[in-house]
Design a protein around this ligand. Structure first.
Ligand SMILES: [Zn+2]
Length: 460
């Protein structure tokens, strides 16, 4: 940045040298607890927000002109953060539905992954996932899968921001046939891509306490600590998993992780459904993060995550879609709606989870889970210019009394009009700027035909 915090440029001056000016929209910064949306102009320099002007005067023609993004008739808000997904699983969208988790995972998904995953299929599947996320307002995500070097290349090509994590599991896995080499594979991946991009960070994803040994979990944790990156894993997704950990280790899953010394502010636990009160309190005390994935949990009937209780106990809860095989889309606006309504019915209390809290889960709290709370998640001077606009010129978004309500209960991914990441426009008026969407669709359709052939060979 040209100006440090001690000598900030005057707002108008900061806009004179802007690369991008977003004007004409109603801006919801989410920076303060109750900052109301207001007409504002956002200036971007070198990928970061350099000024936010609320004087109402359009900047076009003032000073050196940057690129103008016209946000007239739109709501401008921070880009959404999908804190748990497996982007390449777009290739298995609709492949196996309406099954219990263990049947779905061990009899359908793991065999299909073994047969069909390759660097090529992961690249195209991830790129399709990125296109889908961009088109529905997500600018940043946490990915955990296999062949993650291919996933990382896709994310880099898409222009999105992500923490891209190589999966670690104690079974033969795609690209890692010998599980003894799972941690070594992750280390080589991280070392190869560390510091290559400001937008894309390599990491590792520990599959779960029942699919990873104690040694693998502690090894994965130590590696994430050494690289200063989050430690994501699936946790307490099913009752059976919780009972298995209790039986094998004499502790419930959260206490088990704590006893191993791997539960702290870098831990990012996806699902976190079957928790008792002590576990919820421990998550809060240790500063661990949780990612709520309501639609996947509903579809696999895994259970109701105690979201309200976790938030009350100080746990930062982000929001994720999980992979497309268990959702079956990556639309975080839809996920917000589900999160709010699911908590209400779980508690039989319409105040259990309100719209503004859900919006925080999908923005700043998700960013914090990814270790990016100082960089993205709100619209503030100095932060990365990761922004989206929502087209308000639609019947279902009229009238507009409360922006949070409109976003959570009325809007859908199709209402996203423009998407900016690090000051670069990735989608404008719903047109991708860089992605060759027809090519991506054709490639994934081609992969889908191969997957379908495998399915017809194994109809059960
Ligand atoms: Zn998952």
């Amino acid at each position: 940045m040209e100006n440090d915090e001690r000598h900030p440029a005057a707002p108008a001056q900061a806009c004179e040298a802007a690369d991008l000016i977003i004007q004409g929209g109603i801006v919801l910064t989410l920076a303060q607890e109750s900052s109301p949306p207001q007409h504002a102009t956002i200036c971007v320099k070198d990928g970061r927000i350099s000024a936010i002007l609320t004087d109402g005067a359009p900047l076009k023609g003032r000073g050196r002109e940057g690129r103008i993004l016209d946000a007239s008739g739109a709501l401008v808000l921070p880009g959404l953060v999908n804190a748990h997904t497996h982007a390449a699983m777009t290739i298995f969208r609709g492949y196996a539905d309406d099954l219990p988790l263990n049947t779905w995972l061990f009899e359908k998904i793991f065999p299909a992954e073994a047969e069909h995953l390759s660097p090529e299929t992961v690249y195209w599947g991830t790129l399709l996932g990125c296109a889908e996320m961009i088109a529905s307002g997500t600018t940043c995500f946490l990915d955990g899968y296999f062949f993650e070097d291919a996933a990382l290349r896709a994310v880099a090509d898409s222009g999105m921001r992500a923490l891209v994590c190589q999966g670690v599991i104690d079974f033969p896995a795609p690209g890692v046939p010998d599980p003894k080499r799972n941690l070594e594979t992750a280390r080589r991946f991280i070392e190869a891509w560390n510091d290559v991009s400001d937008r894309v960070t390599p990491g590792l994803f520990c599959h779960s306490p029942v699919t990873c040994s104690t040694r693998t979990i502690t090894g994965a944790y130590e590696m994430s600590a050494a690289f200063g990156i989050p430690f994501p894993l699936h946790l307490s997704e099913t009752q059976e998993e919780t009972l298995e950990v209790l039986e094998r280790f004499g502790k419930r899953p959260v206490q088990y992780l704590d006893a191993l010394g791997v539960l702290d502010e870098r831990t990012v636990a996806a699902h976190a459904i079957h928790l008792d009160r002590e576990e919820i309190a421990l998550l809060g005390e240790r500063g661990a993060k949780v990612v709520h994935v309501p639609q996947g949990n509903m579809k696999l009937s895994s259970g109701l995550a105690p979201v309200r209780e976790m938030i009350r106990r100080g746990v930062r809860v982000g929001l994720g879609t999980d992979g497309c095989a268990s959702n079956n889309n990556l639309d975080l606006l839809e996920e917000m709606d589900t999160a709010a309504k699911l908590s209400k019915i779980a508690q039989m209390d319409p105040e259990a989870l309100d719209a503004s809290t859900v919006l925080k889960m999908a923005t700043l709290w998700g960013a914090e889970a990814l270790g990016l709370g100082d960089e993205v998640g709100t619209i503030e001077v100095g932060k990365q210019a990761d922004l989206i606009t929502i087209d308000l010129q639609a019947p279902h978004l009229t009238p507009l009394y409360d922006a949070c309500s409109a976003l959570v209960y009325s809007a859908g991914g199709g209402d996203v009009r423009d998407v900016v990441v690090a000051g670069r426009i990735l989608m404008e008026k719903r047109c991708f700027k860089d992605l060759e969407i027809q090519e991506i669709l054709a490639e994934v359709r081609r992969i889908g035909k191969t997957v379908a052939l495998g399915k017809s060979r194994n109809p059960c």
